[in-house]
Design a protein around this ligand. Sequence first.
Ligand SMILES: [Zn+2]
Length: 534
Amino acid sequence: MKNTHTKVAIGLIIIAVTLSVFTAGCFESSSTTSKIGVNEISPTKTNTQLESVNAKAPKAKNVIIFIGDGMGINQEYLANRYSEEVYGKNLTFPYMTNNIGLITTSSLGNDVTDSAAAAVALFSGYKTKNRMLNMLPNGTIPKKIISEIFKEEGKSVGIVTTTRITHATPAAMYAHIRDRGEEDIIALQMLKFEPTVALGGGAEYFLPENEGGKRKDGINLFEEFKKKGYVVVRNREELLKVDPSKTDKLLGIFSYSHMAYEIDRENIPEYQNQPSLAEMTEKALEILSKNPKGFILMVEGGRIDHGYHTHDIKAAVVDVKAFDDAIKVALEFQKKHPDTLIIVTADHETGGLSIGRGTCSYADSSSGNVKSYKENVKAVKNIKCSVKYLVNKIIEENLSKEEAVKLIEKMWGTKLTDDEKQLLFKYPLDSKITDKTILDYYPRVNEYLSNWGEYALTKIESDRARVYWTAYGHTQNPVAVWAKGPGDVLFRGYYDNTDIYTKILEASKGEYHNTSCTECTGTCITAPVAAATH
Ligand SMILES: [Zn+2]
């Protein structure tokens, strides 16, 4: 008994000492830049004395929030493995900070969220039903969108995405609507909201039907934006030419529907007139940073979700890489503007992705070969286009089986095996998926894949890379948060997606314990994650 008591007492002393350091101290993984010796912020000082050291919490004048749509932890990990194995270096953002958190993602009445409800949670701080944008099912609006609050404070608002600019995630920065599908109305709401910068895809909702668009009201929204003083650009070249010193408001719409997957943008000539996510981010920052009061910029890697929805690993990992490149632009910006908070997170996980399985190799009973379960994502290294593009091409050009195989082998840079060819031609490439075994396991497969050809090729990709899926839709898996800049410590821990909203507001007002080292005059103490909350 005595022994136990002693242990408990020692434990309590350790906890007390540790907490008193945490309450007041600033901590980071490195303590090399301290100006005051460790002893000067010793745990023996009182809390009041210690807090005064850190009374001034730096405010996040600028906030850049990156959303990897559908980018669960495994999606990030797979892309990071790919980067490591193919480019020989890791992605940047997973290592950019020690201020990492985990968030739950459920929506109102549904454990599995869609991108609309998830974005409302992140940008407006409350739960609503799937498909709804910035309102409750009874039509009321309980809280302002973070972008509305920033705008009222005289700050600029930027929205950058690779999806249609009227798609769920970007729309959640400016729209209030019952159904995310009403994108023609959402486009009108964007005109009314007037973001300083809006860059993405989706010209179809900006053009009237008689000009090739989907608008039934006859309005050409590009003209309406111009009337409001916007510079309007429609391709990469025009975007790169935009002179920020002469541009106060910028609208860039670079595709009819979503922008291309990065893998297609890089390799297929018809998509090379679209800018990269990094280029859009850079231009947005040049314009937004003109506002002395600051800004909020939302950057979405929107097609990451589509890559994982369709199980097209190559398209997905290359889009995560493009997302990482955009974050690098923000990190460079932050070096010159340290009053900028960068947050990287996701709205939900897509696909129920698992990477590798089992803990050891096993002997394949039929061949006697030793077959590993270990992830082999470098197997998709030579693939030069998305599966969607490839299958569309085969169907559009009405290729024979031989010609189809030839095209696939050319675009994939590898031969198809006999088994793979057998799977590919089991059903007509352009047919819906009717295979009972597949439908039993993935009842919604036809919502996400256009045809058998897409199923077969993405199955071959997954098998080669040894990654596994539980769904074609979203899952309720939690997702990660990375934060760097003023207030970044707030984002540590395990919490709900709605808390991101509150944390951004606290960071922007400097209403938090300054446990960050960015402006700390005291000693940086290496410490575990626990004490960031208060
Ligand atoms: Zn999705």
